[in-house]
Design a protein around this ligand. Structure first.
Ligand SMILES: [Zn+2]
Length: 215
C-alpha cells in the first residue's frame, strides 16, 4: 500500500483521504474506521483500535447505539443536579426510576447506571490569593467537602465519579462545577451546594438500598 492510497471505511464504506484519516482509526488487518463511525463507538478513551478486528468494533458500535437509544427513548430525568445558581452549569441528570444518570454537562446522550458509581468526590484546586484580595467564602455548611486553606482561593471544582466496569468502558467522569474563567465566590458556593446535594442524594440512596437488602 502506498502513502497516497485511499482507504475506505469498513463500516460505512466512505472513502477517506489523507486528511480524513486523521480522525479515524486503523484497525487490525489493515481495515479502517472513518471519523464519523469512530464517533458512534463507545466513549471509552483507552480502546486499542490497532489490535481490534472489524467484528469487535461492530460490537462496540452496537452496544453504543443501544445505550444511546435507551437514553433517547427511556430516560426520564426526575432529578437534576446543577451548579447553576450563578452560571448555567448543569452537572447530572438522574432517572431515579431506572437508577440511571447522564452527564448533563456534556449532553452526550450516554446513559450510565447509578449502581456503577463506586466512589465520588469533589476535587478542588486552589491558588494563593493576590495581595489585598479578599476571600470570605463560607464553606462551614459543607463539612464533608474539601476545605479551602486560608490565604487561598478555589480556582477549579470538579465532581469526579469513578465507575465500576460498565458497558461503555468509561472509568471516570469529571464534571466541572465552576466556570474555567475567573470563578467568583458565588460560583464556588454554588459548586459546593451542588456537590453537597449529590453527596446527600447518594447517601440516602445507598441507605435505602441497604435497608432493602436487610443489612
Ligand atoms: Zn465510516
Amino acid at each position: 500500500m502506498g502513502l497516497f492510497d485511499k482507504k475506505s471505511c469498513a463500516f460505512c464504506g466512505a472513502s477517506v483521504g489523507l486528511l480524513g484519516g486523521l480522525s479515524g482509526e486503523n484497525l487490525a488487518g489493515g481495515a479502517y474506521m472513518c471519523g464519523d463511525c469512530r464517533k458512534k463507538c463507545i466513549p471509552a478513551g483507552d480502546l486499542n483500535f490497532s489490535a481490534m478486528t472489524v467484528d469487535t468494533a461492530k460490537t462496540l458500535i452496537a452496544v453504543a447505539e443501544a445505550n444511546k437509544k435507551k437514553g433517547a427513548s427511556e430516560f426520564h430525568a426526575t432529578r437534576q443536579f446543577s451548579s447553576g445558581m450563578y452560571a448555567d452549569m448543569p452537572a447530572l441528570d438522574v432517572d431515579e426510576g431506572h437508577g440511571w444518570f447522564m452527564n448533563a454537562a456534556k449532553k452526550d446522550g450516554w446513559v450510565y447506571a447509578l449502581d456503577d458509581i463506586y466512589t465520588f468526590c469533589l476535587d478542588v484546586t486552589t491558588a494563593p490569593l493576590a495581595e489585598g484580595e479578599n476571600y470570605s467564602l463560607n464553606l462551614h455548611p459543607y463539612p464533608q467537602l474539601p476545605v479551602c486553606p486560608s490565604g487561598q482561593k478555589v480556582i477549579d471544582a470538579k465532581l469526579k465519579l469513578w465507575l465500576l466496569d460498565n458497558e461503555l468502558g468509561v472509568d471516570i467522569l469529571e464534571i466541572s462545577l465552576i466556570p474555567a474563567f475567573s470563578p467568583s465566590e458565588e460560583h464556588v458556593q454554588s459548586a459546593y451546594a451542588c456537590a453537597q446535594d449529590f453527596y446527600s442524594f447518594m447517601k440516602s440512596r445507598r441507605m435505602a438500598q441497604k435497608q432493602r437488602s436487610g443489612r
